[in-house]
Ligand binder design. Structure first.
Ligand code: A2P
Length: 347
């Protein structure tokens, strides 16, 4: 990977932007968020698999044709936003860098590479400046769980956390999202629906995350990512984490039930105030109305909703709290986080 100049910014604005995986669930969200945030866009090039070549997508009122990836496709590109899976990223991100682009990749391909910044801008934006051409967007469940924990961790170190996730279909891509809708329709109509994308019936059901289990630990790949990536983002290799990742029949917002144990005692009111003042988080914590974070209310918004902030009664020492969060998987969990990184790259 060639080293960029000491200046880590894009070489010009408005940049020529390549979106790789433009037809996917995250790719279409990239386009929406670039427009919404009025990100400066010079030329926009859209890439997907050869299956989609010739399709047209609309950006800012203009129809743009989708192309298959090619080396020449990146000629003159300044910024490449990738969300096309780790295989495609491994093959094509270095090509984009070679052609002069800075890559922000949503896949897991480069996340644990020590040379690649793994960035949640609210937490570690300073990492962006040390990129060498590629920056990685963390796993969506990790982003949504730890963005609200950071304001606590930076003042009162979280030494241990356990969490259970409730992950939406969108994390499995556009095809998983479509399967949830189709399987639910079939179920309600009394028809049989054989799962095609996910390994188990999805309508009115939930199942352990559909990634392979590591026989050495019993943890699935998603859980392993949450642990390793959280340690990297927080720059805290010693933080102890236990996690269970579950796929639930929700379209596009992940939730998580989290318990943290801090180095010093922590009061729920103090935690609530810290999170309320933190960027990217919104408190939804109304016990009288029993109104707490819900995926339907997290859908389509940028903030992660945080509530049920309470003492963990299993720890009488006062060091532990429990909370519940919900965040849009396609926005903060993926496309928004990538565009936020790109905003830091603007000259
Ligand atoms: P396509 O729609 O042509 O399959 P999702 O995460 O929603 O499944 O989307 C994945 C994105 O990655 C889609 O845009 C998909 O394009 C794209 N993609 C998948 N495989 C490749 C590939 N080999 N080359 C380029 N893009 C790919």
């Amino acid at each position: 990977m060639p080293t960029h100049d000491a200046d880590y910014h894009l070489r010009r604005s408005p940049p020529t932007i390549a979106v790789v995986g433009a037809t996917g669930a995250v790719g279409t969200e990239f386009l929406r968020i670039l427009a919404e945030r009025e990100f400066p866009v010079g030329e926009l090039r859209l890439f997907a698999s050869p299956r989609s070549a010739g399709k047209t997508l609309t950006f800012d009122g203009h129809d743009i044709g989708v192309e298959a990836l090619s080396e020449n496709g990146f000629a003159g590109a300044d910024l490449a936003l990738f969300s096309a899976g780790s295989g495609t990223a491994r093959e094509w991100a270095p090509v984009a860098v070679r052609r002069g682009a800075i890559v922000v990749d949503n896949s897991s391909a480069f996340r644990m590479n020590p040379a690649v910044p793994l960035v949640v801008p609210e937490i570690n934006a300073a990492e962006i400046a040390r990129h060498d051409g590629i920056l990685a967007v963390p796993n969506c469940a990790a982003i949504i769980a730890i963005t609200p924990l950071w304001p606590i961790h930076r003042r009162n170190r979280i030494r241990r956390m356990t969490l259970a996730t409730y992950q939406a279909a969108s994390g499995g891509g556009a095809a998983a999202l479509a399967e949830l809708v189709a399987a639910t329709r079939a179920h309600l109509a009394g028809d049989l629906y054989a799962p095609r994308v996910l390994p188990h019936p999805y309508a009115f059901n939930l199942f352990s995350h559909n990634t392979p289990i590591d026989p050495a630990t019993g943890y699935n790949e998603e859980e392993t990512k949450v642990i390793a990536e959280t340690r990297k983002i927080l720059a805290d290799p010693g933080i102890r984490i236990g996690v269970t990742c579950v796929r639930v029949p929700v379209q596009r917002a992940h939730s998580a039930a989290i318990t943290i144990e801090c180095a010093r005692p922590i009061d729920p009111g103090e935690a609530r105030a810290l999170i309320a003042a933190a960027p990217g988080c919104r408190i939804v914590d109304d016990p009288a109305a029993n109104h707490f974070p819900m995926p339907n209310e997290a859908t389509g918004i940028d903030d992660i909703l945080v509530g049920r902030i309470r003492r963990d009664l299993s720890d009488p020492s006062g060091h532990s709290l429990s909370l519940f969060v919900a965040g849009d998987q396609l926005r903060k969990g993926a496309a928004l986080n990538a565009v936020q990184i790109a905003e830091h790259l603007l000259p």
